[in-house]
Design a protein around this ligand. Structure first.
Ligand SMILES: Nc1ncnc2c1ncn2[C@@H]1O[C@H](COP(=O)(O)OP(=O)(O)O)[C@@H](O)[C@H]1O
Ligand SMILES: [Mg+2]
Length: 303
């Protein structure tokens, strides 16, 4: 049974279709990513799943429970880490956790026990008495994660958990998420970062203009839409036509990016042969989810 099941999920803001007939099945224990650029509809989608905003159309079941009928019961088993930092700046780190625990009616002593344990898990114990403004971006993100776990959720839903973090802080969050996965906590994560999706997600749905274009494991998506390697040929206005003609006559699959032409689905033998046939500057590199997104939409993830 899917732990989260969404059918024909749609969200309209006046004339704008923010989420357009989305179907999702998230399995227990997996880390599932919604990958898409700014405005794709990721936040609107998860706000419906977390019972914050009602769908215009469609249904959601969490652990078999219809969200429309059991919003409170579902909220009790969800941990939510929002896109925007909404920590209370007037409270300390520890007080933020204790206060949040009240929403779930967790007894005070238990709230204290869980809070200190979470601060240890997220390497924030020496900050327990600090004010929020004294924390770095990475620390705030980890505190939001800790706060999302205060009710010991079965599923944690994270909206762009590492946006704005430097690579080191980002890796620390990924490591924390890996530990939660090892504990069996299901994860649904929104991201614009293809590296994040490829690194931590078991499966990824690619979102664009409110729709899910495709979904599978990152590796399967890359293999299917691009192939494992991409060959980039440097192009300019003088040689572009000729390159395209040559690639077409050889039956090769390519994408014209302007300053480069990117050849996809090139096998190893074909690669060597192709490289010999082009005097232009060539570069071979591993394919990424960004390439998949570009193939599907003609756009890049981050503008
Ligand atoms: N409360 C709202 N009222 C009107 N339009 C909204 C609202 N929330 C989001 N939108 C619009 O819906 C679209 C999807 O936004 P969002 O779900 O935030 O995308 P993402 O999280 O992928 O960046 C955008 O065009 C956004 O401007
Ligand atoms: Mg968003």
């Amino acid at each position: 049974m899917a732990i989260i099941l969404a059918q024909n999920l749609t969200k309209k803001f006046k004339d704008l279709l923010a989420v357009d007939d989305v179907n999702l099945e998230i399995e227990e224990g997996e880390c599932f990513g919604l990958l898409g650029p700014n405005g794709a509809g990721k936040t609107s989608l998860v706000r419906m799943i977390t019972a914050v905003s009602p769908p215009t159309r469609g249904n959601i079941w969490v652990l078999g429970k219809d969200l429309k009928v059991y919003p409170r019961q579902v909220k009790a088993i969800l941990g939510v880490v929002p896109q925007l930092d909404n920590l209370d700046p007037d409270l300390t780190v520890l007080q933020n956790l204790i206060t949040f625990a009240r929403y779930f009616a967790i007894p005070k002593q238990e709230a204290y026990r869980r809070s200190t344990e979470l601060l240890r898990l997220f390497q924030l114990e020496d900050k327990h008495n600090s004010r929020i403004r004294e924390l770095s971006g990475g620390m705030k993100r980890r505190l939001l994660l800790a706060r999302g776990l205060i009710n010991q959720p079965t599923i944690i839903i994270l909206d762009e958990p590492t946006i704005g973090l430097d690579p080191q802080a980002r890796h620390l969050v990924w490591q924390n998420l890996g530990e939660l996965k090892a504990q069996g906590i299901t994860q649904l994560i929104c991201t614009q970062n293809m590296e994040e999706a490829a690194t931590i997600c078991d499966r990824v749905a690619i979102m664009h203009q409110g729709r899910i274009l495709t979904q599978d494991s990152p590796q399967a998506l890359v293999s299917r839409y691009v192939g494992d390697e991409v060959l980039e040929i440097e192009a300019n206005s003088r040689n572009r036509g000729k390159i395209i003609e040559k690639l077409t006559s050889r039956g090769l699959d390519f994408v014209d990016m302007g300053d480069t032409i990117q050849v996809c689905h090139v096998g190893r033998d074909e690669l060597a042969r192709t490289m010999m046939n082009f005097p232009e500057r060539l570069r071979q590199r591993p394919a990424t989810l960004e390439d998949v997104f570009f193939r599907l939409t003609g756009r890049t993830l981050v503008e």
